[in-house]
Ligand binder design. Structure first.
Ligand code: GLA
Length: 690
């Protein structure tokens, strides 16, 4: 019995009213429980952004000797001609182990599978760092975990600099000048124009991470010159858009190959556009450190260094240092196993089921891998679909569930039914997992426990809340009934690629059964799960949090239904409108207040309001939150201390892989395509100098 109910029962005794009547009260919400102390965390070395790199011309440049062979053979321009006027120069003082040497490979293991290379039409590369190694974006946020809070702003990247007009309505962006795609084609405003007009503004095209006009505050685009463009807004200083230009969103594709396939430029159809670069299409042009030269389905994806990469070290050595990247196509769980065993090089240890075994192995001084924990930034929530006007085209049963999902008492029933301690312990015992109220996570400085409403686990309260929502178990079979007859049945969509997601979903099913609600699982693998999720064809959904809940400043517009397609739990219905409830409108207003101000204190207040409204109304049901650990083979140098596996981005970006190297005496000699470079787009694979 919770304190509140006990007190109520006592009061009932004293007043002589029936205890049964008051037992139907719900337990009072509390402050969120204090997360268990977790000391194993490594701290980053904090710097200012300008300490990491600058854009400048150097007197000389160099490249691996085997790349010079291509130049000598007349197959490649000289390195100085391949680089931009002022390349991005990483400063030696910020490199944990200093400037590196060339060679070797990083052997990733991933659970995803590449669908094709048209990221801009929604194709997934299989995650696990493939896309992060291939696409580059206007700004960059991964390394921000190491930036002083007083200097916290996105890092320049393809956007070399930017400036706001005095009235704050126009943002002028200058691109890096003279950089080239991996096939030598110039990177310039043509690529931006294509991304803007034919991806963002074209309703028939949805890029992989669903960037839309709302992502950029519905800005108007204008070209100034080949390396300059402006975005004009209807509100002053929407600085948030600079974060929305980082990984996932403003990562332009190669217009010279994409454009001819796009229907607006003579392409056959949108479907043909999407499928024009299937996963066996090699050497797709990239701005990233590497390009894809081999894909053996269900086996491996191999990337080789991009000879036109536009970043160098202070000595003028063209980056990356690593010549090759492997992505073994296996499972996410196998990534942990292989990384600790030394047959793989890298893992984001994020599935707590593997923690004890991995920690044990990594503690052995002879272990080939280092394991370091970061902040508690991995979190899971269960979303309840709150569109009642057709998103995902629900049938009558599903529509009835949507109506319940929009009933606060029903949402309270779900949250009271969750024994978060037990859910966390079922993944791993120890100080890792913490009950999570939902909304912002403790990893963001915007998290405020005093603005977080926590509904404690209490089955009696869950039952009382079901009754308050008008649900009863007339046939006495232990499950509440649907209005249309029979048991109310809710389906829960879950990503079966991860053991953790499945285990949490099974826990939810059992706990909801205890409270009297029948839940059945719809377990789908990665891409099918994503398709169902994005289409809105689900009642409830379990999902590992993206950046918005972890950092608050990244993907901020996705924290609420700020646009027709921005939020996880509520997107526009069949007529294009969103039937927002009053509290959802308050969430939207809080996010708009946050993104619409430059005043730090006002931002803090806006997020407090957001968190209070979010958790009080059980917008989503928080499940568990825990720290992840980066496992990386000991032979790699320049791995920054305290790199979280997830914060502003995943560790594959956070560790700045183009700067990572392997000292000569530790190199494995495991390259599958030594002495070769990516060939022409669409051609068979890598090419040799002679
Ligand atoms: C998947 C993995 C993460 C990370 C990302 C990178 O989601 O689960 O650990 O590797 O891919 O995109």
């Amino acid at each position: 019995m919770t304190k509140k109910i006990r007190r109520a029962a006592l009061a009932a005794l004293l007043l002589g009213v029936s205890a049964g009547a008051v037992a139907a009260e719900m337990a009072a919400p509390t402050a969120p429980p204090e997360p268990p102390k977790f000391d194993a965390q490594t701290e980053p070395v904090y710097v200012n952004r300008s300490d990491i790199f600058e854009f400048k011309a150097l007197p000389t440049y160099s490249e691996p000797a085997w790349v010079t062979d291509f130049v000598t053979a007349g197959k490649l321009p000289a390195v100085a001609e391949r680089l931009p006027k002022e390349p991005l120069v990483y400063k030696a003082a910020n490199m944990p182990d200093g400037p590196g040497v060339y060679g070797d490979v990083m052997r990733h293991v991933i659970g995803g599978r590449p669908e094709g290379w048209n990221f801009w039409a929604g194709q997934s590369y299989g995650w696990g760092g493939i896309d992060i190694g291939l696409v580059e974006c206007l700004t960059r946020t991964g390394p921000l975990f190491t930036v002083n809070s007083t200097d916290l702003q996105p890092l320049p990247n393809l956007a070399k600099s930017w400036a706001w007009s005095e009235d704050g309505m126009t943002l002028t962006i200058k691109l890096i000048e003279g950089a080239k795609w991996s096939d030598g084609d110039p990177f310039d405003v043509e690529d931006i124009e294509f991304y803007w007009n034919d991806v963002i503004m074209d309703e028939n095209v949805t890029p992989l991470m669903a960037a839309s006009p709302a992502t950029y505050n519905n800005a108007t685009f204008a070209k100034v010159d080949d390396y300059t463009f402006t975005l004009t807004f209807t509100e002053a200083f929407p600085e948030q858009v600079l974060y929305a230009m980082a990984y996932g969103n403003f990562c332009p594709g190669p217009a010279h190959v994409l454009k001819p396939k796009h229907p607006a430029h003579g392409g056959e159809s949108y479907e043909a556009f999407q499928n024009a670069f299937p996963s066996d299409y090699m050497n797709f042009p990239t701005m990233g450190g590497w390009a894809v030269v081999e894909h053996r389905p269900d086996d491996i994806v191999v990337l080789r260094r991009n000879p036109y990469y536009w970043k160098v070290d202070e000595a003028g050595q063209q980056l990356p240092y690593l010549d090759e990247m492997h992505f073994r196509l296996s499972t996410w769980g196998d990534r942990d196993v292989q990384a600790v065993a030394g047959t793989g090089d890298f893992s984001n240890l994020e599935q707590p089921e593997n923690y004890v075994e991995s920690l044990k192995k990594a503690a052995d001084p002879a272990s080939p891998a280092r394991l370091a924990f970061g902040p508690r930034s991995i979190g899971y929530q269960m979303f309840l679909n709150q569109s009642a006007n057709g998103w995902g085209e629900p049938d009558a049963r599903a529509q009835a569930v949507r109506e319940l999902n929009r009933n606060l008492d029903f949402r309270k029933a779900v949250t009271y039914a969750m024994d978060r301690q037990r859910l966390g312990d079922s993944l791993v015992k120890g100080p890792f997992t913490a009950p999570y109220a939902g909304g912002l996570m403790t990893s963001t400085s915007f998290y405020d426990p005093a603005s977080t409403v926590f509904y404690p686990f209490d089955v009696a309260s869950a039952k009382a809340a079901l009754a308050a929502a008008g649900l009863a178990d007339a046939d006495g079979n232990g499950f509440v009934d649907a209005a249309a007859g029979g048991d109310l049945t809710v389906t829960l969509l879950v990503n079966s690629d991860y053991a953790t997601d499945k285990n949490l979903a099974e826990g939810v099913v059992a706990m909801m059964a205890d409270a009297g609600v029948k839940v059945t699982l719809n377990s789908l693998t990665g891409k099918d799960y994503d398709n169902a999720r994005e289409a809105g064809s689900w009642d409830w959904l379990i999902r590992r949090n993206d950046q918005e809940y972890v950092s608050a400043v990244q993907n901020t517009n996705m924290l609420a239904p700020t646009g027709p397609k921005t939020s996880q739990w509520h997107q526009a219905g069949t007529d294009g409108t969103s039937d927002l409830q009053a509290y959802e409108q308050q969430l939207v207003d809080a996010i708009k207040a946050f993104t619409g101000t430059r005043d730090p204190a006002a931002k803090v207040e806006a997020m407090k309001t957001y968190q209070k409204v979010f958790t009080e109304n059980v917008t989503a049901v928080g499940l568990t939150a825990y720290p992840g650990a980066l496992i990386i083979n000991k032979r790699f140098a320049n791995i920054p201390a305290g790199a979280p596996i997830f914060m502003y981005n995943w560790a594959e970006d956070n560790i700045i892989r183009e700067r990572v190297f392997v000292p000569g005496d530790k190199q494995l000699g495991a390259e599958l395509h030594p002495a070769t470079l990516p060939g022409a787009p669409g051609s068979a694979g890598p090419v040799a100098a002679n």
